[in-house]
Design a protein around this ligand. Structure first.
Ligand code: NAD
Ligand code: MG
Length: 352
């Protein structure tokens, strides 16, 4: 850990929502994060205006939720605090067309993920505060937790502090959306972006699906039935992760049989070995030197050819078909997967 990476944690007592009293917050975008931030801010007594394109299908949802809706450009004109919650891939465009022409000194530009700032896709002018409040959770949980008087942990970072009040204002925002109820960790844009990309590529989304597919294929190629392979390599993963989430690795090791514990401890590092570690370091390097982000920007400019192909290949993998069939056959599938995932998917797809 270098000095750059701090771990101060803030709670409700460290923040004051009234800092944003007399101000208007523009929430640009009404998707996963946008709807949650806008509604939580509104119910915390903050004046909110939602900025959406004229033809946005999210408009009716925001209006039905009782919020004022206007165009992104007009929302920026009305507001002193601008929360950029459109998808990362369109932020630079929205910035250029709707935000920058209407941005004035003393305003705050607020993000929920630092990608565009950290990789210089958005270069804010002097005089403007640039902050990040990033809930560590999908938007529908940010909203549901708030409604249940619970909090959502979050990250806070200040990239540019021109008013001298950037921290205080970001903390007020974090409190108003419910994050300081749970705890907000101070970080930097660099740390948030690079660690987030690394986590999702190496361990969470990329690493874990790849591990599951390799395990499944190893069993099926050796003649075991796809159904058994699915249960062993995918279904049971949830049970193991739940134990790790609750009480760390020790709770998981304590809960499985001695045979599982000895086998796992003695074989785990053989499976995920030094080569994997080297691959992880290479992946981190591509994130740090900007190669990954450059690739992703070009991929989007080209109409997402590789992304489309990769997505399709993943959908076509046998484990998906086996899983769908098994989940339909067994009663456990509906338990535990909560119904509010539905409104999430509706919102996320709203503008696609
Ligand atoms: P989303 O895809 O759910 O929603 C995007 C919204 O932006 C849609 O409502 C749409 O109305 C609007 N929009 C799309 N294109 C637009 C355009 N060209 N002009 C104006 N509006 C447009 O997005 P999201 O997942 O909520 O992500 C928003 C930000 O929050 C991103 O920076 C993301 O990294 C961050 N974030 C997301 C999550 C998450 O779980 N989804 C978690 C933490 C941070
Ligand atoms: Mg993430």
């Amino acid at each position: 850990m270098t000095d750059e990476f701090t771990t101060d944690i803030y709670y409700d007592d460290d923040a004051d929502v009234s800092t944003l009293d007399d101000e208007t917050v523009a929430v640009l975008g009404y998707g996963s994060q946008g709807h949650a931030h806008a509604l939580n801010l509104h119910e915390s007594g903050i004046d909110v205006v939602v900025g959406l394109r004229e033809d946005s299908s999210s408009r009716s949802a925001a209006e039905a939720d009782g919020l004022t809706v206007t165009t992104p450009a007009d929302a920026v004109k009305q507001a002193s605090y601008v929360s950029v919650l459109v998808p990362d891939t369109v932020q630079a465009d929205v910035y250029e067309n709707a935000i920058e022409p209407n941005l004035e000194s003393g305003q705050t530009l607020q993000f929920a993920h630092g990608l565009n700032i950290h990789y210089n896709q958005i270069q804010p002018p002097e005089g403007v505060d640039v902050t990040m409040v990033a809930p560590k959770s999908p938007g529908h949980l940010v909203r549901r937790n708030y409604e249940n008087d619970e909090g959502t942990p979050g990250l806070l970072a200040v990239y540019q502090d021109e008013t001298g009040e950037a921290d205080e204002r970001a903390l007020a925002y974090a409190k108003a959306i419910g994050c300081t109820r749970a705890g907000v960790i101070e970080t930097t844009f660099r740390e948030e972006v690079e660690s987030d990309l690394f986590g999702e590529q190496a361990v969470l989304c990329g690493g874990v699906t790849s591990l599951v597919k390799h395990g499944y294929e190893t069993l099926v190629d050796a003649g075991y039935s796809p159904e058994i392979a699915y249960f062993e390599c995918l279904n049971e993963l949830k049970l193991i992760v739940d134990l790790m989430y609750e009480g760390g690795h020790s709770e998981m090791w304590d809960s499985v049989s001695d045979t599982a514990e000895y086998g796992g401890l003695s074989r785990g590092d053989r499976i995920v070995d030094e080569n994997v570690r080297e691959n992880m370091e290479e992946t981190l390097e591509e994130i740090q030197n900007g190669d990954f982000t450059r690739e992703w920007i070009v991929e989007n400019q080209a109409g997402r050819p590789s992304y489309t192909q990769l997505r399709q290949a993943e959908k076509d993998h046998e484990i998906e078909e086996v899983g769908e069939r098994l989940r339909d056959l067994f009663a456990w599938a509906d338990e535990g997967t909560e119904t509010d995932d539905e409104d999430e998917s509706v919102r996320v797809q709203a503008d696609d």
